[in-house]
Design a binder for this molecule. Structure first.
Ligand SMILES: Cc1cc2nc3c(=O)[nH]c(=O)nc-3n(C[C@H](O)[C@H](O)[C@H](O)COP(=O)(O)OP(=O)(O)OC[C@H]3O[C@@H](n4cnc5c(N)ncnc54)[C@H](O)[C@@H]3O)c2cc1C
Length: 483
C-alpha cells in the first residue's frame, strides 16, 4: 500500500516530525545505481528512528497497513539499501542509532547499533582501545557501517586471516515485522552476554547475514574485535601471468601469512585516473613506471618486530623456492607513500574508479582459490569484448581457502548504451561462472538471483518459506534476492 497522510502523521508521532521527510530531493539523494547494483527505486518517505522501540512501532504500523520497508545503515552498498518495488514505501534510515554500546576486551567483542560508521569506530578504538581493531571493511569509505558490512558478509581489513565479516558476528538483536524482538547466539538467554555465536540450539544468526534486510531490522550486533599491533608492513609480489600468481600466492597463504592479501592486474592503476587524462592506457607506459602486469599485496601485522620479520621471511622463502623452479615472480618495490596509503584505515582507495567513466560496478564472486587465474582470464577477455577496461581485483578469504574476485566495471551511467553493455556483460559472465560452480555473493535482482535460484530451486523454496515465517505480510523489501 502507498504511504498516505494518515501514515505520515502516525510516523511523525513515533519519531518526531523533524525525522520524517517526503521531500523529493532528499528521497532522490538516497538512490544509488552503481557500486554494487543497478536497480534502485525511490522510497515514498524517509523515517529516521533513534531507539529500538521506535523501530518496533514503525514496523508494526507498516505491517498493519502492508507498507514496504527498506532498512539502510550507511547506504554505501550502492543501491542494496534502496527499494526494488513500487511503491517504494518507507526507507528506514538507521544512521541516528549510532552508539557503541559495549566493548569487552576479554571476550573480545564490540556491540554496535546500525548507524556506527567505520570512521567513527576506528577513531573510538584508536583513542580508547589502541591494542584492538574493530573489523571495518577493507576498502569501503569511512561512512560505511560495521553492521551494514557484516550483514552483507563483506571483506574486512583482516579478512585473509579471519574470513568474511559474517564469520566475526557473535549475535544479533532483530526487530521482526510483527514487532517481536529476537536475539541470537548466547544473547538469546536473558542476562547472558553475546560471547558465543552458536547459542541456544540451532542458530538463527546466519539467516540474517546476507538477507539484505528482507527478514527484519537488526538493531544491535555483537562482533569480534582483533589484536591490532603497531608492527605492520606491505609486501607486494609481481607476476607476469595469473597462473603463477595463483600458485605462488596459495603456497604462501597455506602458511597462514597476512591479514589482508589482495591484488589484481595492472589495469587497477590507470583506471583510478580520468579516462581523458593525458596518461597513455597501454601497458608499456605503466611497466616503465614499475607497475607489474599482475600483483599481490600481503598486508602483514606482527605482534612484535620479530614476528613481522618472520612473516616476511616465510614469504621470501616461498619466493626463492618459486624462482628456483623457474617461476617468474619478483618483489614490487613500493614507495613509502604507497605503503602508507595501503596501511591507512579506513581508506578511500576504491573511490577513484568512478573517475574513469563516471561510475563503477563491483561484480563480486566467491570461488575456490584454484579458480583465480581462470576467473581473471575470463573477466579480462569478456570485459574487452564488451568494450570495458579489463580491471580485475582479487583477494584471499581465510588464507586462500576461498578467493573473492571482482571485475570493476567502469562505465558511464549517463549513457544507456553503456548501461546495456554492463547488463549484457554481467548476464553472460554470470552463466559462465555459475556453470563453474562459482557464487555471486551480493546477487542482483535482474541477473544473479534469477540465474542462481533457477538452478537451486529447492534452496529458494525454503528461503521463501523462512521469509513467510518472519515476515508474513511481506513488508520487508525483497532485496536483490527477489524474496
Ligand atoms: C568505494 C567503495 C569501496 C568498498 N569497499 C568495500 C570493502 O573493502 N569491503 C566490503 O565488504 N565492502 C566494500 N564496499 C561495499 C559497502 O560499502 C560495504 O559493504 C558497506 O560497508 C555496507 O555497509 P552500509 O552501512 O553502507 O550498508 P547499507 O548499504 O546501508 O546496507 C547494506 C544492506 O543491508 C541492509 N541493512 C542495512 N542495515 C540493516 C539493518 N539494520 N537491518 C537489516 N538490514 C539492514 C540494507 O537493506 C542493504 O541490503 C565498498 C563500497 C564502496 C562504495
Amino acid at each position: 500500500m502507498p504511504v498516505d497522510p494518515k501514515i505520515i502523521e502516525a510516523l511523525e508521532s513515533i519519531v518526531g516530525p523533524e525525522y520524517v521527510t517526503t521531500d523529493e530531493v532528499i528521497l532522490a539523494s538516497y538512490v544509488s545505481k552503481g557500486i554494487m547494483g543497478l536497480e534502485a527505486q525511490r522510497a515514498d518517505i524517509v523515517v529516521r528512528p533513534k531507539y529500538v522501540e521506535e523501530v518496533r512501532r514503525i514496523l508494526m504500523l507498516a505491517n498493519e497497513h502492508k507498507i514496504p520497508v527498506t532498512p539502510v545503515a550507511g547506504g554505501l552498498s550502492g543501491g542494496y539499501a534502496c527499494p526494488t518495488v513500487k511503491p517504494g514505501g518507507i526507507l528506514l534510515d538507521l544512521s541516528r542509532m549510532n552508539r557503541i554500546l559495549e566493548v569487552d576486551t576479554d571476550a573480545r567483542y564490540v556491540v554496535v547499533e546500525p548507524g556506527v560508521r567505520c570512521g567513527q569506530i576506528w577513531r573510538f578504538f584508536r583513542d580508547n582501545y589502541p591494542e584492538w581493531a574493530p573489523p571495518i571493511p577493507d576498502g569501503a569509505p569511512p561512512a560505511a557501517t560495521v553492521l551494514g558490512d557484516a550483514l552483507e558478509r563483506g571483506f574486512s581489513l583482516v579478512t585473509s586471516k579471519y574470513g568474511p565479516q559474517a564469520d566475526l558476528v557473535l549475535g544479533l538483536e532483530v526487530v521482526l515485522p510483527t514487532g517481536d524482538i529476537l536475539r541470537t547466539g548466547s544473547w538469546a538467554l536473558p542476562g547472558a552476554k553475546p560471547f558465543y555465536r552458536w547459542g541456544l540450539g540451532p542458530d538463527f544468526t546466519g539467516l540474517f547475514l546476507g538477507s539484505q534486510g528482507t527478514l527484519g531490522v537488526v538493531t544491535k550486533m555483537a562482533i569480534k574485535i582483533v589484536p591490532h599491533p603497531e608492527h605492520k608492513d606491505i609486501v607486494a609480489l609481481a607476476f607476469e601471468d595469473p597462473e603463477t600468481m595463483q600458485k605462488v600466492t596459495l603456497r604462501i597463504l597455506k602458511k597462514e601469512v597476512g591479514v589482508m592479501v589482495q591484488g589484481g592486474n595492472w589495469w587497477l592503476v590507470p583506471t583510478r585516473m580520468d579516462h581523458e587524462s593525458k596518461l597513455p592506457h597501454d601497458y608499456e607506459f605503466w611497466k616503465k613506471r614499475g607497475v607489474p602486469k599482475y600483483f599481490m599485496n600481503f598486508e602483514i601485522w606482527g605482534i612484535t618486530k620479530e614476528h613481522l620479520e618472520l612473516e616476511k621471511k616465510i614469504i621470501d622463502e616461498e619466493v626463492k623456492a618459486a624462482k628456483s623452479k623457474g617461476e617468474v615472480v619478483d618483489y614490487w618495490k613500493l614507495h613509502p607513500r604507497q605503503v602508507a596509503s595501503r596501511l591507512k584505515k579506513p581508506n578511500k582507495i576504491a573511490i577513484p574508479y568512478a573517475k574513469w567513466r563516471g561510475a563503477f560496478l563491483f561484480i563480486t564472486w566467491y570461488l575456490p582459490w584454484k579458480g583465480l587465474a581462470e576467473f581473471m582470464k575470463i573477466c579480462e577477455q569478456k570485459m574487452e569484448e564488451y568494450g570495458f577496461a579489463p580491471v580485475i581485483w582479487v583477494a584471499s578469504i581465510e588464507h586462500g581457502r576461498e578467493c573473492i574476485g571482482m571485475p570493476i566495471v567502469c562505465f558511464n551511467n549517463r549513457d544507456p548504451d553503456d548501461i546495456q553493455r554492463v547488463i549484457e556483460f554481467n548476464r553472460e559472465t554470470t552463466e559462465i561462472f555459475l556453470d563453474k560452480g562459482w557464487i555471486n555473493y551480493r546477487p542482483d535482482a535482474k541477473i544473479h538471483a534469477p540465474a542462481m535460484y533457477s538452478r537451486a530451486q529447492g534452496y529458494y523454496y525454503w528461503l521463501k518459506k523462512i521469509k513467510q515465517l518472519f515476515d508474513p505480510n511481506g513488508i520487508m523489501h525483497p532485496g536483490r534476492l527477489c524474496l
